[in-house]
Design a protein around this ligand. Structure first.
Ligand code: HEC
Ligand code: HEC
Length: 471
């Protein structure tokens, strides 16, 4: 065969595999959007038949479109509302003659950035506490139907407990866009028949991005890697607290393993949807290689230009100095609770990571992951390169994924002008949940500032930001 023939065959092979990874991503996206882990009456459910009042449910047997009320509900509670007028990750499941409303993984684990729906991105606007409060009210009003039959009562009681826990003033999230990990801990107290302590830390974090998770899992699950990924079971953490027993996790475990390896494993990071100034990228890359990749690791691509995912590594808190609250609650006490409980054969810890620090996450798709850090305390990339004392104390979380909230220069959330800032600060001090306020517990925007950043010119920062858009 001559050289041209060989090249032709090679390029055909490459374009075939190139299509494959994009195809696999598209397939994974569809599967992810349509999956929930309701099983035999168990799962993140609400009282049967409440969901019948909503239009835009992803329901068995076909959906009707949502209306004005649905759009309002989506915005108020922070669900992602799709173009065909459906709530992402909210299902209506037929079960024993009832329709059960079920929350799926994508209610938290898919969301919008700059107006684009991204599978596997954390939902920036969901307000778990507010959802719990409203659902609890409606469920209490429906108490009269509670006695109709055993199946109804079983789901009703569980759903009410779920709503109660996420609506708990003492341990719930204080701001929309943050999910309280404290609720995961409540499962393990309940598992042992104990009341959870009311002074438990809230452990508020944004829902993490999930592309690259297949390669991250062996290094540890969650922001701090304390959860051992060998059995995959910790992936169910955020759903577990809505369950009544360990049996639910055991029943869905094969599905979770499939999800990690074949669904999340195939997700690609979203492409930056606006212009990239190529002339800045080369300089930006040099800065990143010099200053960022030491902690965040290499970001190499395969022959077709797709990311080669690698495991991140944990950096000591004393080095990164971001908010410590999240680390304080996933501790030796949690380990003891788990070891005594009914899932001790499936949930292990990476002991060496307890109390150590946070992963320096891989930066693939980082343009879409704002507000930044595990607690979402820095609104855009540009602010990361400023001293913590010069970063904004308040910024708006409403519509955070919409295009009008995207700042193309700073890459991330738009911030208030001076006049709005003072007004927002007053509202934030009164507890406004739609405003991120860095003085709240767990919301500190300190850290991730390194002395060498002080020497950067404006051009250096813009070059680096331009490079980060390409990841
Ligand atoms: C209520 C919102 C919510 C729901 C629903 C939810 N998660 Fe999560 N998930 C989170 C949060 C928040 C974290 C981060 C916890 C931490 O690291 O402190 C997380 C972490 C994870 C991680 C670990 C990511 C990493 O980088 O280590 C995986 C994997 C995951 N979830 C998968 C799932 C799957 C699968 C489902 C559905 C069965 C699901 N989640 C449902 C909020 C949610
Ligand atoms: C000393 C190690 C270290 C260095 C150097 C470092 N980082 Fe980080 N970075 C971290 C850690 C650890 C986190 C997670 C902190 C947290 O979530 O609280 C992080 C988080 C981030 C995030 C937030 C990601 C997200 O999804 O919210 C961005 C963006 C980021 N780093 C960019 C950079 C860039 C750009 C550089 C180079 C200028 C850099 N980092 C240098 C350790 C480092």
């Amino acid at each position: 065969m001559n050289l041209i023939g060989l090249l032709l065959i090679l390029s055909l092979c490459f374009s075939a595999t190139a299509m494959d990874r994009q195809d696999l991503h598209n397939k994974a996206e569809q599967e992810f959007f349509n999956t929930h882990f309701f099983e035999n009456g168990r799962g993140a459910t609400i009282t049967p038949n409440i969901s019948l009042f909503l239009g835009g449910m992803n329901r068995d047997g076909g959906s009707r479109q949502g209306g004005v009320l649905d759009a309002w509900i989506a915005r108020q509670y922070g669900f992602t509302y799709t173009e065909d007028k459906k709530f992402l990750g909210v299902f209506g499941v037929k079960y024993k003659g009832m329709e059960v409303g079920v929350l799926g993984c994508t209610a938290c684990h898919s969301g919008k950035a700059a107006g684009v729906i991204v599978p596997g991105l954390g939902n920036k606007t969901i307000d778990v506490k507010r959802i719990g409060r409203e659902v609890e009210r409606v469920q209490r009003a429906l108490r009269i139907f509670r006695d109709t039959n055993d199946d109804f009562r079983y789901i009703y009681d569980k759903a009410l407990n779920f709503a109660n826990v996420i609506n708990d003033e003492n341990i719930g999230n204080l701001t929309r866009g943050l999910v309280p990990d404290s609720v995961i801990k409540t499962f393990f107290y309940r598992d042992l028949g104990r009341q959870y302590p009311s002074d438990m830390p809230r452990l508020q974090v944004k829902a993490p991005h999930l592309w690259g998770f297949a390669e991250k899992r062996p290094a540890g699950i969650f922001y701090d890697g304390i959860a051992n990924g060998n059995t995959y079971a910790w992936m169910f953490g955020a759903e577990l607290f809505a369950s009544d027993s360990a049996e639910h996790l055991r029943a869905v475990l094969p599905g979770l393993i499939h999800m990690a390896d074949n669904v999340l494993g195939n997700l690609l990071p979203p492409k930056y949807p606006f212009e990239i100034k190529e002339e800045r990228v080369t300089r930006g890359r040099a800065i990143a290689e010099n200053r960022c990749f030491g902690c965040h690791g290499e970001h190499n691509r395969d022959m077709q230009g797709y990311p080669i995912y690698e495991a991140p590594k944990v950096i000591e808190l004393s080095k990164v100095k971001t908010d410590a609250e999240r680390m304080q609650g996933f501790d030796l006490e949690l380990e003891r609770l788990v070891e005594e409980g009914s899932l001790s054969d499936l949930l292990y810890f990476n002991r060496e990571n307890i109390g150590k620090g946070y992963f320096a996450p891989k930066l693939w798709g980082v343009w879409s992951r704002f507000p930044y850090m595990h607690n979402a305390s820095i609104p855009n990339l540009y602010e990361i390169f400023k001293k913590p004392s010069e970063r904004p104390i308040v910024f708006d979380m409403m519509d955070a994924g919409e295009e009008k909230r995207f700042d193309k220069m700073k890459v991330g959330l738009t911030t208030y002008n001076q006049r709005e800032y003072r007004r927002a600060l007053r509202k934030a001090e009164r507890g406004d949940r739609d405003i991120y306020y860095t003085k709240r517990v767990g919301h500190s925007n300190s850290g991730h500032y390194f002395s060498w950043m002080a020497n950067w010119s404006e051009e250096d920062k813009l070059d680096l930001i331009e490079f980060l858009k390409t990841l």
